[in-house]
Design a protein around this ligand. Structure first.
Ligand SMILES: Nc1ncnc2c1ncn2[C@@H]1O[C@H](COP(=O)(O)OP(=O)(O)OP(=O)(O)O)[C@@H](O)[C@H]1O
Ligand SMILES: [Mg+2]
Length: 271
């Protein structure tokens, strides 16, 4: 199996009166054809890491390779076509569903064919009849599917997902999880899925990385990470006892077995 992305000693900081370190010396591989989940508490640097992969932001140090070549060697538009991104809340253009889906292909002057929108609507499990509707009139769950359809219409090799279900109810969440898994299985799409929800990471991931306070804590096969975490911080996160700043929750007093009574789950569950 090939390596799609390779992050080599990637750091990100923001200069200011006080330098903010967002990511520190991250080494990480995204395997081709797998779903890699990046989990971690709020503020861990998950979104920051994702934005480096399609150059919405640039690393302060280190290098990122796509198919073995530095992403800085690619034209940004070309990179973003190959590496599509879906955000936490659907950000559709105020146009029809069809115009949204055909936006990328039109932009690249790829010849549009009748039924392009219908094909992608079907792919994301929506009624092709929705093509003529104003995107803004759809439910949030439908809009998120249209966002995914619009991204897929660019025929990306990698799909970056930044908490794509956190604005959705449990039913819509399961539907999106099934949809993404089906896309991964059927067309072998490589997925990088950011989530603060460890249960979601466990459900959808082939490989999982835990990020806390801008550092990679642990990485491995998802089943192994959850069955036998090697790191104390991973054990705390899985037990729902890790603060956003990477410290233990107040009152934890060093317990590592997750048996304390103060917390019942991940603190960011209902963001
Ligand atoms: N421009 C900036 N300048 C300084 N600090 C920043 C900047 N942008 C983000 N940060 C900080 O970097 C850290 C990581 O932010 P990031 O959005 O990547 O976290 P996250 O893991 O995606 O969190 P969430 O789960 O809440 O989305 C946070 O502490 C945030 O406040
Ligand atoms: Mg985020």
């Amino acid at each position: 199996m090939g390596k799609k992305f390779e992050l080599l000693g990637v750091s990100k900081w923001k200069d200011g009166p006080k330098r903010a370190e967002l990511l520190r010396d991250i080494n990480f591989t995204v395997d081709e054809g797998l779903i890699s989940t990046i989990m971690g508490p709020s503020g861990a640097g998950k979104s920051t890491l994702l934005t480096l992969l399609n150059r919405l932001e640039e690393p302060s140090a280190g290098q990122i390779l796509l198919d073995g070549a530095p992403i800085t060697q690619l034209e940004v538009v070309n990179l973003r076509r190959r590496v599509g991104m879906v955000f936490q809340t659907p950000a559709l253009f105020p146009m029809t569903v069809e115009q949204n889906i055909c936006y990328g292909p039109n932009l690249r002057q790829r010849r549009e064919y009748p039924g392009l929108a219908a094909r992608y609507l079907e792919m994301v499990g929506l009624d092709p009849e929705l093509a003529g509707r104003d995107a803004g009139n759809l439910s949030v769950g439908q809009q998120q599917r249209v966002s995914i359809a619009r991204t897929l219409a660019n025929e990306p090799e990698v799909l970056l997902l930044d908490e794509p279900t956190s604005a959705l109810d449990p039913t819509a969440t399961s539907q999106i999880e099934e949809l993404i898994r089906a896309l991964n299985q059927k067309i072998g799409l490589t997925i990088v899925w950011v989530t603060h929800d460890m249960q979601q990471a466990a459900r959808v991931g082939d490989r999982t990385m835990l990020l806390a306070s801008g550092e990679k804590v642990e990485e491995g096969e998802t089943k192994a990470i959850f069955a036998s975490p090697q790191n104390e911080v991973t054990r705390l996160f899985i037990a729902g006892r890790l603060n956003g700043n990477g410290s233990k929750l107040n009152g934890d007093k060093g317990r590592s077995d997750g048996a304390g009574s103060e917390s019942t789950g991940p603190e960011e569950e209902h963001k």
